[in-house]
Ligand binder design. Structure first.
Ligand code: AHR
Length: 653
């Protein structure tokens, strides 16, 4: 008996601590624990999200690896112009004998017979130009070797749109073996469409590869880092997790296009570039190390998704006939494929003395990245071949890493054959979570607000990995906000959710709508972004029912929605009130059952015209407005038409 007492006492304490919201004798709201990781982001290299986007590299086709299979008409010199200035005589060719690395087979050879006056070389136009900022530092590097002649002098320049030189330096290439050369530029004037020029100004033959230019100011000043302004806008969402690298990109267009994480780590010149399923090229410069590091930099958990040993069912352009293009890793190769998945976990979490942990440490991160989630498969067609391979990978991961939260897949739609079969398989195997995907009209999100209320709590939990309403108007955003209150209400079964896709570059967009649009100098957070941000910045760990009453007579859920969450760490209580209708809607709020709250709150209102949008011409037109807001323990709140209101009450600390 005496031995039981301490544990009984601690149980009682735990019970008291777990229900701090209730004040004696008052109305009793009920609290339930919800996922602490509910709202995160979905990053896919679609719409030039990585190369030409988040990845900080400013030179396009830096390693001369573009091919026509990346994109019709592309070749190793795409994005490069051949320059022979003055009366220089010589030639340029793409070569592959004795390359810098077998994974990076092509390079350029410049042969100068006579440099007459100015020299001969190449000019890179970047991704729609190179946007230079005045006074900022830019790190240039290239790999080079002399093939014939003595030291070969290079002249490296940054030029503006009209070819005026903004900054330049000389670099003598002296070695017969590949060697990396570096320089730093500080242009004194800005230019949104600059170019990089490399000229050979002396007689000789020289080989060049991996011609690179990075802003020194990358996000968190990381070498081989990310574009700072874009990364910051993403970080400002306060995501709890980052899913990467896709989407369809993860399972690829055919077996030779599966995303192979091992080919994306290590020195950049040794990574394997490949065709992007969205009809362009991926350098893998933004690879698994950089993804993990970005997660850490923004305080989000990593959530990699690997192919389930099958390619996208739309491989080979089979979109229109319902996806019969699924290709499968031969069973004889599945052991090796499965080992790659296990190695990924070791790369993220293994000690620096383990085989793959050592590679992470060599990249500069001896501490583990604390991987908790791994997705296997992306909205695959649930065929017998898929099932067989999924089972193999899942069994191996579960056996070696029983605590890993493995995420299965249930097709591309909110219902249907793959949804049913995927759910049945995951339930049979007891997979911890499944990945649901749907893109629907705003009305669908309003009328399906109760979708998860009736989900079986004993089955696998849900990762709503991809969702969006079709559009970037305020009405779309408000419909998504209404739906997100239902995700909070069901945060015991929906453990993770991410809007998709995240990024889209102007002029290179394969998929609309997206959350953030950008070009080389402007970032446009859409109205949908601000809804994601308000939910991301105001996440809770408990859902509290019985605090907000909807307007009497409002059509349940289809015009209004609300949630109340509490963050156990701070004691803060957050109310979210959504009005998706054209008229103001009065909610009733009763805080009297909650104690320990400071009634001097903050209120953020996000509203505008139903069709309002943010655009490149006017990127910050519709934005949330926050101000101090005093509440009473009972109060009426009139929500403006087409609005999301967030009221945050601080816990008394
Ligand atoms: O988010 C864009 C695409 O939509 C993803 O790549 C795919 O998973 C889904 O079909």
């Amino acid at each position: 008996m005496t031995t039981l007492l301490p544990s009984l006492r601690s149980l009682l304490c735990a019970a008291v601590l777990a229900t701090p919201l209730l004040a004696a004798g008052q109305a009793k709201p009920t609290a339930k624990a919800i996922s602490p990781d509910l709202f995160g982001i979905f990053f896919e290299d679609i719409n030039y999200a990585a190369d030409g986007g988040l990845y900080g590299e400013l030179v396009q086709n830096r390693s001369f690896e573009y091919t026509p299979s990346d994109h019709g008409g592309w070749h190793p010199l795409t994005s490069w112009d051949y320059l022979h200035e003055g009366y220089a005589m010589g030639s340029v060719s793409v070569e592959s004998a004795a390359p810098l690395h077998a994974n990076n087979p092509h390079y350029v050879q410049l042969r100068v017979e006579n440099p007459l006056q100015k020299g001969l070389g190449l000019k890179n136009a970047g991704f729609d130009g190179i946007a230079l900022k005045a006074g900022e530092k830019y790190d240039f590097s290239l790999w080079a070797r002399v093939k014939s002649g003595a030291a070969v002098p290079l002249l490296v320049q940054l030029r503006d749109k009209k070819d005026k030189v903004l900054a330049e330096t000389t670099l003598p290439v002296q070695t017969a073996n590949w060697q990396q050369y570096h320089a730093t530029f500080t242009p004194t004037v800005a230019d949104p469409e600059a170019s990089l020029v490399v000229l050979v100004t002396g007689k000789g033959v020289v080989d060049l590869d991996m011609v690179s230019l990075f802003p020194q100011k990358t996000f968190h000043n990381r070498p081989n880092g990310l574009r700072a302004d874009l990364a910051q806008v993403i970080g400002d969402l306060k995501p709890k997790f980052v899913r990467f690298p896709g989407g369809c990109l993860a399972h690829g267009d055919g077996l030779d296009n599966l995303y192979d994480w091992k080919k994306t780590v290590g020195p950049v010149e040794q990574r394997v570039a490949q065709r992007n399923i969205w009809n362009y090229h991926q350098t893998a410069g933004l690879g698994y190390f950089e993804y993990f590091q970005f997660c850490e930099d923004i305080g989000a958990k990593p959530l990699p998704v690997v192919a389930a040993g099958v390619s996208c069912q739309n491989s080979g352009g089979t979109w229109k006939i319902g996806g019969t293009g699924q290709q499968c890793v031969p069973l004889a190769d599945m052991a090796a494929y499965t080992q790659d998945v296990l190695d990924l976990v070791e790369y993220a979490n293994g000690p620096a003395t383990s085989t793959w942990g050592a590679k992470r440490a060599a990249a500069g991160h001896p501490a583990p990245f604390n991987l908790e989630y791994v997705g296997i498969g992306n909205e695959d067609k649930i065929t017998p071949e898929f099932e067989e391979r999924f089972k193999m990978i899942y069994a191996a991961v579960h056996a070696k890493y029983p605590k890993m939260q493995v995420i299965g897949t249930v097709g591309p739609s909110p219902k249907g054959e793959d949804y049913d079969k995927g759910w049945a398989l995951a339930s049979q195997l007891n997979v911890p979570l499944v990945d649901e995907h749907y893109y629907e009209k705003p009305k669908w999100f309003l009328t399906n607000n109760r979708r998860y209320d009736t989900y079986d709590r004993k089955r696998p939990k849900v990762y709503l990995g991809e969702y969006a309403s079709w559009g970037n108007t305020l009405f779309n955003a408000v419909a998504e906000a209404a739906y997100m209150t239902s995700l909070e209400r069901n945060g015991d079964v929906v453990r993770l959710a991410s809007y998709a896709p995240l990024l889209a570059k102007e002029g290179h967009t394969q998929w609309n709508p997206d959350l953030i649009y950008f070009n080389n100098s402007t970032v446009v957070p859409t109205v949908n972004y601000y809804v994601q941000q308000l939910f991301g910045q105001n996440q809770g760990t408990e859902y509290v029912a019985g605090v907000v009453a909807p307007p009497a007579g409002a059509v349940a859920d289809t015009t209004v929605a609300a949630s109340c969450v509490r963050d156990a760490k701070t004691g803060d209580v957050i109310l979210k009130l959504v009005n998706a209708s054209a008229t103001a809607q009065p909610f009733q709020v009763d805080l009297s059952g909650l104690k320990g709250l400071n009634l001097a709150a903050t209120r953020t209102i996000f509203t505008g015209d139903k069709d309002a949008k943010n655009t490149f011409a006017s990127p910050r037109t519709v934005m949330p407005k926050t101000a101090a807001y005093k509440v009473k323990s009972h109060f009426a709140y009139e929500a403006q038409p087409y609005s999301l209101t967030v009221i945050r009450l601080r816990g008394k600390r």
